[in-house]
Design a protein around this ligand. Structure first.
Ligand code: GDP
Ligand code: IMO
Ligand code: MG
Length: 423
């Protein structure tokens, strides 16, 4: 078996991009399977920081092939900007990046529909990244969408027009003030499509299954996190795709029995960007300190990320739904020097103590119950081996491993590729 999965276990931004980059040396192919430019995956090496949106995080390695799978939604405009970012570093993406014909296209009007939908919700808005993700997946499941493969047809612009016109009618139904100049947006879009067409479009499920047969190794890169999953996340404050393990099978055309390891990535604390419930959120100076030290600002929108303690009830749920076989703990360095640490091990839920993730986690239903830990004081960022990790950190890790029943194999101690400790 040759396919491993790498998934975020919280509300996104766990550090998936960094770890995919670190692991790429062990794989022949890196494949994104869902989401789109709502993702912002950060990689740091040689003193340079890169943020990828749709392009898999293996792109900086010479050897690996990068596949954008059928489950991904692509905005040509954002995609071309990403390519331009790679041009500066002489990355041969025409040779190392291939795109599924079955991936769906984000049209300019999808972005407008996203904005109109959010504006119409007022205070109840999702806090979407406004990249058109929801409306594009709605057109996909509604069987109206446009796919990458459509761009190979002579008549693709007719199909585009038909859909964009329909979207304009829908925008007017929302009855909100969304200002736009579609002509201008279309000039940019059509230019970007021409650049996109310079890349190779493939039947990626065939490519990947042949690669498996040939004994190649594949790492499937998830976007967002399990608590943003359309089915298992904190609905409706979620994204519009399956971010959990099963999404890798449908988003790449790989059968479940081909999957081996499932890497679960989590921060030593919790963050969330956008709206929705977050039981362990901190509104005090401790939360502000996490945000400051951890530079918790969205890689895509620059919005401040909400911060709070680690939530083991939620993490256990994510391990279960994904079948996580190995955990990677990120950003422990951010907590160095905190007076003490709290970990949520149960919820008080409607007068009862529960340890499973319930249907409702709004503040009126859920009060977190914490266990306290001593915090490490040492700076972790220069540490290079497991033997150097402080006693208090090892106690924290041991507790998490025991509770989650999954080993923590990587401890990340800084954003750089080299600040990664295996244990
Ligand atoms: P992703 O969406 O899961 O790929 O994560 P993001 O890139 O959105 O956010 C993670 C942020 O934390 C980025 O700015 C990373 O450079 C940074 N980062 C990753 N791992 C570590 C770590 O162990 N320590 C610190 N201090 N920063 C990290
Ligand atoms: P990566 O891959 C963190 C959040 C948005 C919003 C909700 C829905 O970098 O971890 P959408 O644009 O999908 O309609 O937004 O999901 N969200 C993310 N939060 N990291 C992400 O991606 C996210 N992608 C979407 O903030 O709350
Ligand atoms: Mg991110």
């Amino acid at each position: 078996m040759a396919v491993d999965l790498l998934l975020g276990l919280q509300w996104g931004d766990e550090g998936k991009g960094k770890i995919v980059d670190v692991l790429t040396r062990d794989y022949d192919i890196i494949a994104r399977f869902q989401g789109g430019p709502n993702a912002g995956h950060t990689l740091e090496f040689d003193g340079i920081k890169h943020v990828l949106r749709t392009i898999p995080s293996g792109i900086f390695h010479k050897k690996a092939m990068n596949v954008i799978g059928n489950g991904v939604v692509i905005d040509p405009v954002v995609f071309v900007k990403e390519l331009e970012g790679l041009d500066q570093f002489n990355i041969d993406y025409k040779a190392k990046l291939i795109i599924s014909r079955k991936a769906h296209l984000i049209l300019p009007t999808h972005r407008l529909l996203d904005a109109a939908s959010e504006a119409s919700k007022g205070k109840a808005k999702i806090g979407s990244t406004l990249k058109g993700i929801g409306p594009t997946y709605m057109d996909k499941t509604g069987r109206n969408g446009m796919r990458i493969g459509d761009l190979e047809l002579e008549s693709w612009k007719e199909k585009y027009r038909h859909l964009a016109d329909k979207h304009e009618t829908m925008i007017s139904f929302y009855n909100v003030d969304v200002q736009y100049d579609l002509d201008e947006m279309e000039v940019e879009f059509f230019e970007a499509v021409e650049r996109l067409k310079e890349l190779t479009f493939i039947d990626s499920e065939e490519y990947l299954n042949q690669a498996i047969k040939a004994g190649k190794t594949i790492l499937a890169e998830g976007a967002q996190g399990s608590l943003l999953d359309i089915d298992f996340g904190t609905y409706p404050f979620v994204t519009s795709s399956n971010t959990t393990a099963a999404g890798a099978c449908t988003g790449l055309g790989i059968a479940p029995n081909k999957v081996k390891e499932v890497y679960g990535i989590f921060k030593a604390y919790t963050t969330r960007v956008g709206s929705g419930p977050f039981p362990t959120e901190l509104f005090d100076e401790v939360g502000a300190e996490m945000a400051k030290v951890g530079h918790e600002f969205g890689a895509v929108t620059g919005r401040p990320r909400r911060c709070g303690w680690l939530d083991l009830v939620a993490l256990k749920y994510a391990c279960q739904v994904n079948g996580v076989t190995q955990l990677n703990m990120m950003k422990g360095d951010v907590l160095s020097g905190f007076d003490s640490l709290q970990v949520c091990t149960a919820y008080e839920y409607k007068g009862e103590t529960i340890t499973h993730f319930p249907y409702n986690i709004e503040p009126e239903n859920v009060t977190p119950i914490y266990t306290e830990f001593a915090c490490w004081k040492e700076d972790l960022t220069k540490m290079t081996s497991a033997e150097q990790l402080p006693k208090e950190l090892n106690e924290y890790i041991d507790f998490l491993e025991k509770e989650l029943e999954v080993p923590i194999k990587i401890v990340s101690v800084g954003p750089d590729r080299t600040q990664t400790i295996s244990r």
